[in-house]
Design a protein around this ligand. Structure first.
Ligand code: R2B
Ligand code: URA
Length: 305
């Protein structure tokens, strides 16, 4: 019989769901420029407890520097180095128990990154890890600057599922996120100033323009009224923001037993328009809000506040 402690530890390990991985002598994480034979992954990453992912390489570097200061770690935050500098696909920074990684835009880009990240956490024997996607989004009936903590990540029909084509057939996976982490984040927002936050559903699309009902793309196959009707239906289904990665993020984390949350700031209210017109400094400040919220969460979990 295993002790309850051992059973709990196994449950908290990152579970890859691929029997072939065990049979491989070496695993090359090609897009990270890392591998099980070339790098000591347990030594490099074994103490990771929080993984924060976001679209832009610059933003995730800025987040790594910010969390370095927040956690009051020794060393110069300006000197942190990109673990993936051998590739320009993604960037990766490790700051104490926090890993900050960029994922690019859209489902295919984040899904490649997540396959390799989840394998990395598995090879490194990490346990008890929480993942966050920190991002931007279009708000649905929200004031610009509002942060949305995702309750359910939903598809274009507002269903909490992600469809993946595998061997020519569609596989459907659930996109439920960790309720406890979402509520802990909401609690964190109430302890901070100037981070208006709501919990709501997040719609994930495969395009920024027509796919999100924008009238300002190079193509537009619908009317202004049809756009508003779709956004109204989305709002009635509990959708409060629209972005491009949440469903596959939620689905992959769930299958692999990882607790995960999506925290995106709304850059505009899509009922009011499609173009992002706020000045650069305002947008920069908005994008710092999910970072401040998740930083507070991490500091609380580490007993630093
Ligand atoms: C939010 O912002 C990007 C598009 O501008 C996309 O990656 C997303 O999900
Ligand atoms: N990101 C999106 O995907 N949509 C928006 O409207 C803004 C940011």
């Amino acid at each position: 019989m295993f002790s309850p402690f051992f059973v709990e530890l196994i449950q908290q390990l990152v579970q890859v769901k691929n029997p072939y991985l065990d049979t491989m002598e070496e695993d090359i994480l090609y897009h990270f420029n890392l591998g099980t034979k070339t790098h000591n992954l347990p030594e490099m990453f074994g103490d990771i407890k929080f993984v924060c992912v976001g679209g832009s390489a610059n933003r995730m570097k800025a987040f790594a520097q910010f969390i370095h200061q927040e956690l009051k770690l020794s060393g110069n935050p300006e000197e942190i180095s990109d673990i993936c500098e051998g590739t320009d696909r993604y960037c990766m920074y490790k700051v104490g128990p926090v890993l900050s990684i960029s994922h690019g835009m859209g489902v295919p880009s984040i899904s490649i990154m997540l396959h390799e990240l989840i394998k990395l956490l598995h090879h490194a024997q990490c346990h008890d890890v929480v993942l966050f996607r920190l991002g931007t989004s279009g708000g649905v009936g929200l004031a610009p600057g509002t942060v949305v903590v995702t309750e359910k990540a939903v598809d274009y029909s507002f269903r909490p599922q992600f469809e993946q084509v595998v061997l020519g057939k569609v596989i459907t996976r659930s996109t439920e996120l960790d309720e406890g982490v979402a509520h802990e984040l909401l609690q964190c927002s109430s302890e901070l100033q100037n981070i208006p936050t709501v919990i709501g559903n997040t719609m994930c699309t495969h395009d920024f323009y027509e796919g999100q009902g924008r009238l300002d793309g190079a193509l537009c196959s619908f009317s202004h009224e049809e756009k508003l009707e779709y956004l109204r239906k989305a709002y009635d289904a509990g959708v409060r923001n629209i972005e491009m990665e949440s469903t596959v993020f939620a689905a992959m984390c769930r299958v692999c037993g990882l607790k995960a949350a999506v925290v995106c700031v709304a850059l505009l209210n899509r009922f009011d328009g499609d173009q992002i017109t706020s000045p650069h400094d305002v947008l920069v400040e908005y994008q710092q809000r999910p970072q401040a919220l998740v930083s507070h969460f991490i500091k609380k979990r580490l007993g630093l506040v």
